[in-house]
Design a protein around this ligand. Structure first.
Ligand code: HPA
Length: 249
């Protein structure tokens, strides 16, 4: 029996209704999670190993404060050279395992003046500047709604803002950030939008939370780098852990 077949057997016996995707440096929120089984992305058909520092690239099943939960520790990014089908493959695996609700988390740069390192933003809409759409079945010209659930947005009681999903892997120029700010963007990152669209298309209820790890380029004197992102991601860990605990109840 393959490693994934055995993992799937255990995961199905748990019947997790919720999956959580943990973004860069956010692995530390799992204190409330008791893991029962895990599989590396590399052992899951259709998934590849992530290459990004701070992303482990594995799926775990277990209980989050007593609630059966599927947890993705790390994700696949468009900027690693993966197609949108590869980036959204973990979401389809979650749907195969019976998941009905998806909570996406990411590290993001804050543009809205109140978004400082360590704060959280609930995503209420996105501007997807990453390649083509993840929707697979829409006819030409179909109107699409934002994939984020208003019920979950209300439950989060956080500042709700617009996330711009960018191709990366480099950060933005200050001029780009000024343009995004003028277009109504509150936070910038390099993930989440494709996964949210794929999940909504699969009929899942979707929530997404940005953990602000830095002021976006040009908005602070501090130099921007991935190490800073990983260090600052830890600032939001306690608040994020509490929020996830509430959402999966
Ligand atoms: N820009 C894009 N992605 C990010 C940032 C940023 O400033 N911070 C964390 N992920």
């Amino acid at each position: 029996m393959s490693v994934f077949t055995e993992f799937s057997r255990i995961a199905r016996s748990f019947a997790p209704q919720t999956a959580i995707v943990l973004g860069s440096g956010l692995g530390g929120v799992t204190a409330g999670f008791s893991e029962v089984a895990t599989v590396s992305f590399a052992d899951v058909p259709g998934l590849v190993q992530t290459t990004v520092q701070g992303h482990h690239g594995r799926i775990a099943v277990g209980h989050w404060h007593g609630t059966p939960t599927l947890l993705f520790l790390g994700r696949l990014h468009f900027y690693e050279g993966h197609s949108q089908d590869a980036v959204t493959a973990p979401i389809r695996r979650a749907a195969d395992l019976g998941v009905k609700r998806l909570i996406l988390t990411n590290a993001a740069g804050g543009i809205h003046p109140s978004l400082n390192p360590g704060s959280l933003m609930a995503i209420c809409g996105h501007i997807k500047l990453i390649g083509p759409n993840a929707w697979r079945t829409l006819a030409v010209g179909t109107a699409v709604k934002m994939p984020y659930s208003s019920r979950l947005l209300e439950r989060m009681c956080l500042l709700a803002g617009v996330y711009a999903a960018l191709t990366g892997p480099c950060y933005e120029t200050p001029a780009e950030i000024r343009a995004y700010a003028a277009s109504g963007v509150d936070a910038v990152g390099m993930s989440t939008a494709l996964e949210a669209e794929a999940a909504a298309e699969l009929g899942m209820e979707v929530a997404a939370i940005s953990c602000i790890t830095n002021k976006a380029a040009g908005l602070s004197a501090a130099p921007l780098d991935h190490t800073e992102v990983l260090v600052n991601a830890k600032l939001a860990v306690d608040q994020l852990a509490a929020l996830l605990g509430e959402l999966i109840k």
